[in-house]
Design a protein around this ligand. Sequence first.
Ligand code: ALL
Length: 379
Amino acid sequence: MQTYKGRKPLKPFAQYRAYRVRDLISRYASLCKSTPLYRTGSSRMGAWRLRRIAWLLGGSLAVSMLVACEDSRHPAVRAVFADPPASQVSTAAREETRITLVMKTLTNPFFVEMEQGARKFQNEVGIELLVKTATQETSIEQQIQLVNDAIKAQSRAIVIAPGDSTRLVPSLKAAQDAGIHIVNLDNRLNSEAMVAAGMKPVPFISVDNEQGAYLAAKFLADQVRTPSEAIIIEGIRTADNAHQRKRGAERGLHTNPGIRIVAEEAANWKIDEAYELTARLFKQHPKVKLVFCANDMMAIGAIKYLQETGRTEVLVAGFDALSDVMPAIRAGQLAATVDQQAARQGYLGVSTALQMLAGEMPAMEVTVDSKLVTARSLK
Ligand code: ALL
């Protein structure tokens, strides 16, 4: 049994309620912080009063919403959360909150971090969380199989970071037909494919991929003063976020009129493919000065080739801010990357699924903050 802030152990529903109160209060507090009065401090007493009233209102609103929504919960969830005998709590409650997180592959530390965030929520609230990943970035068939397995395992919700934006849709539709809630993380499912398949809309949690890539590519573009060639190494082309990052990178590089993009090709998010692609592209375009990679794994592959061939003046950018690339950032081998808070995405994905299980309406689109990381920002 887990404890909430060291106090006496609480049952899963009480833990969920405690989590919701904290969540609602903190959301209310950020709302208060964003009011002009709070920000400008034009009237100290006024701001203080407003804040205090807002906190009190927020607190009571949160509590009353929880009390009010308790009885409107899905009957199965209500049955589990409504004080079953202590001996049954762990098994019955866990089954009713069985959530499967489907990610792409643990060969990419990005997903290890995403799992950590999901596990953090699991530990706070006490749900049953199954974590499944395919073998490779490109193992889409296997990911489809994982969704089918989650249906058979009677998961109540599936939280998925899909490797492909369209191919997962039919199996996710089958999951919805089986009454399973779906939460889409990281890479957006194709809305046209969803409509064509008759899928209901699902909440989506991710970053602004276009803007993140724009910032990283612009950082590269700002470093060069003479006419220069650039290449873009893309992720899997059937993934929406790979497409968004390519667009953002083009926009960022084009902020410098002296830059010409001479090649844009996919290395499918993988180190080895990026290494080989970089080698091939540099044979065709030996004067390239800038390399934008749509993720850090591919940046690692590109840097490996550049180091081996003594091209240390070439500037490279990545995406993900993996801890593995921080030494390369400090050493100047990687000029920039983008922190997209994988753990936060995992945490929010699973908490959104639980919210749906409790019969609440979640936010349909959550954009997690992303941040440019450079040697300077690390100081
Ligand atoms: C994307 C993520 C990452 C990651 C890639 C590899 O969906 O956003 O940037 O590196 O998947 O699968």
